[in-house]
Every structure is written in C-alpha cells, then in structure tokens.
Design a protein around this ligand. Sequence first.
Ligand SMILES: [Zn+2]
Length: 209
Amino acid sequence: MKPVTLMGRERLYCAFSTRGSSLFRLGTESRQDSDVPPIPKPHDQADRMRSNVYKAEDQFSAVCNRGGLVDFFGSHIDIPIQRRFGDIDSVRGYVESVIGLMVEKYPKLTTPRVRVRKGSTRAHYEFSTNTIAIPIGDQWALRESVVLHECAHHVTWFRYKANVAPHGSEFTACMLELVGRIMGEGPALLLRAGYQELGVPVMTTGVDS
Ligand SMILES: [Zn+2]
C-alpha cells in the first residue's frame, strides 16, 4: 500500500513556533509594543487547551478514516481504519468491550451509561451521571476516536474525580492509553505526536499507578 504523508504538519509546526515567540515576549517587560499579547486568563488557557486537544484528535481521526501506512518521521506505521457505528446499541457494545479491557488494569472501573444526545452534533460526557451522550444523526460522532474520547473522560473521572482539568494532562494520558490498548501502539504514537505538535501536555508519570 502506498504510504500517505500527514497533512498539515508544516502548519502545526508553525503554530508551535508562534507560541514560543509569544512566551518570549511575555518575559520582556520593557517592551510596550501593541503586539505584545495579553497574559491569558485561566479560562482562556482552558479553552485553548480544549481546542488544541480537539484539533489534534480531529487530525488523528482524519488519518484513521483512511488507514494504511503513514510516513512518520521517515518510518512507516500501519494505521487501522477506525470503526464507525450505525446505532447507539453498537456504541454501547463497543464501550462495554473497551471497559472490559480496561478493568484488567483498573478492577473497580465501572461501565458508563450510553445514551443518544438529541439536538446536538457533539458527543459529550456527563460527569454527574457517568453518561456518554452521542448524537446518532451525525456521522462524525459515530466514530471510534470520538467514542474513545468520551471513554477517556470516564476513565479520567474514575481515577481523579473532579480534581483535574477536563482536557488536562491526565485526560490526554488516559486517551493515549485507551488508543494504545484498543487501536494499537501505532495510532497511539500518531496521536501523541499530534498532541506534542500543538503543545498539549500529557502526564508522563504516575500513569501506571
Ligand atoms: Zn472532551
């Protein structure tokens, strides 16, 4: 099969260098230029982090829609085509099998509820009821990478409750763990690189505790 090259890599590297430049300016107090960016407020940082998590995962999902060999820094990694689901029952069955695999590592991990989310095009996770809500009218949401994202919220909640940011480094570590176990190490490597390119932090210690 002919290898494909990740699209958008140059743009992502550009975003990376722009952020580095902004950090430099913030540390230069004598400058009064109007182009000095304002210091981001905490909720702005959370929004930006969530946005970058979505961007990295959207790019990852696009590659997984095609599957095949991906040129990855000169090496080829084989990416399976991600699953697509036809209805809520198939999503529910998939979530049960994902949790079944994770229980081996987290014996007290519960299975989240899965329900249809009406009137929306986005999937989400309800922390108060441990429920994954999926809009079934949207093909975008009925994909493996989207369902794994919501499963990662559930595993993060199980491990940390409300003590961590919804899309923080603990979440991304859980997402990578799920992708690695369910989709394979090649896809996990690809997603990790996507997070890295966008400056999304991933917790590197304590994941296996
Ligand atoms: Zn999320």
